[in-house]
Design a protein around this ligand. Structure first.
Ligand code: G1P
Length: 281
């Protein structure tokens, strides 16, 4: 059983300055909900009821968001506005949240290693909240739930992938794999942010992972890679070389909310397809 999900949220969000000067980028709203809440909802829907945030300076708003606001509860209790809090109340009631600080930002691998003491010796999910993902429809599984099902079958590290245009491979971890079945590959190589020429394919890792706990030792033994950072991609490649790592072409949609274009696209998509005013019948 996978019960835990790690959210690395220490990054600065420089692309959204000045909005992110004193507000965590993960709290930017996509219509009426902070970006990170969509990720937590996806994790909870997949049965991952223990959420660990690897946070940093200036991120306290995230901890406050996933806690009760007594003043607000008091103000709106018994009014029609209470409905606006249904979603977040559900998460607060059903998810355990824990927080650990990443003091130095030394890369995604380092962020994940920082969470080790709260994860322990079990497989866990990782959600990069910048990648906003939806399943094929309301009734279908979200991306993390799809991956949990696969994990239950194969019991190894799994990364979510999608095809990207050739001129965007430099933004992602790119895998090389042998096709096992429709949409599922066994990883034989992975390169973090390769040039077009170096890229072994156009299958890009997106921000959803299920990692087996041996990843922590692998990260410890991973030297700084691309951009001088400890890359999770390099640590997962070690797992692939010694055992099995799967890459899964997920079913659904994904928006890169780390970029302004992706953020606006996601906003339009959510407004048209997801958002419902809870006070309207
Ligand atoms: C990270 C990972 C990269 C992955 C990407 C997905 O990069 O290092 O392998 O493809 O997330 O969003 P970042 O976007 O944090 O630079």
């Amino acid at each position: 059983m996978i019960r835990k999900c790690l959210f690395p949220v220490a990054g600065y969000g420089t692309r959204f300055l000045p909005a992110t000067k004193s507000m965590p980028k993960e709290m930017l709203p996509i219509v009426n909900k902070p970006l990170v809440q969509y990720g937590v909802e996806e994790a909870e829907a997949a049965g991952l009821n223990n959420v660990t945030f690897v946070t940093g300076r200036g991120k306290r708003a995230i901890a406050d968001h996933f806690d009760i606001s007594y003043e607000l509860e008091h103000q709106i209790s018994g009014t029609s506005k209470e409905k606006y809090l249904d979603g977040i109340r559900h998460l607060i009631d059903n998810v355990n949240f824990s927080f650990i600080r990443q003091n130095n930002m030394l890369g995604l691998g380092h962020a994940i290693l920082t969470g080790e003491s709260l994860i322990g010796d079990e497989a866990f999910g990782v959600v990069l909240a910048d990648d906003l993902c939806f399943g094929e429809s309301d009734e279908e599984d979200g991306v993390m739930a799809q991956m949990v099902k696969l994990y239950n079958q194969f019991r190894c590290t799994i990364v979510a992938i999608e095809e990207v245009p050739e001129d965007e491979v430099h933004k992602y971890g790119i895998i090389k794999g042998e096709s096992m079945m429709d949409g599922l590959y066994r990883v034989t190589d992975m390169v973090e942010k390769p040039s077009k020429e170096e890229a072994p394919s156009n299958l890009a890792i997106i921000g959803r992972y299920i990692l087996t706990p041996d990843i922590f030792d692998k990260i410890r033994n991973t030297p700084a890679g691309r951009n001088g950072e400890v890359q999770i991609t390099d640590a997962i490649l070690q797992q692939a070389k010694e055992g099995c790592v799967l890459a899964y072409k997920f079913k659904g949609k994904r928006f890169d909310c780390g970029s302004v274009d992706g953020f606006v696209e996601a906003t339009n998509y959510c407004y048209q397809n997801i958002y419902k005013d809870p006070t309207e019948a």
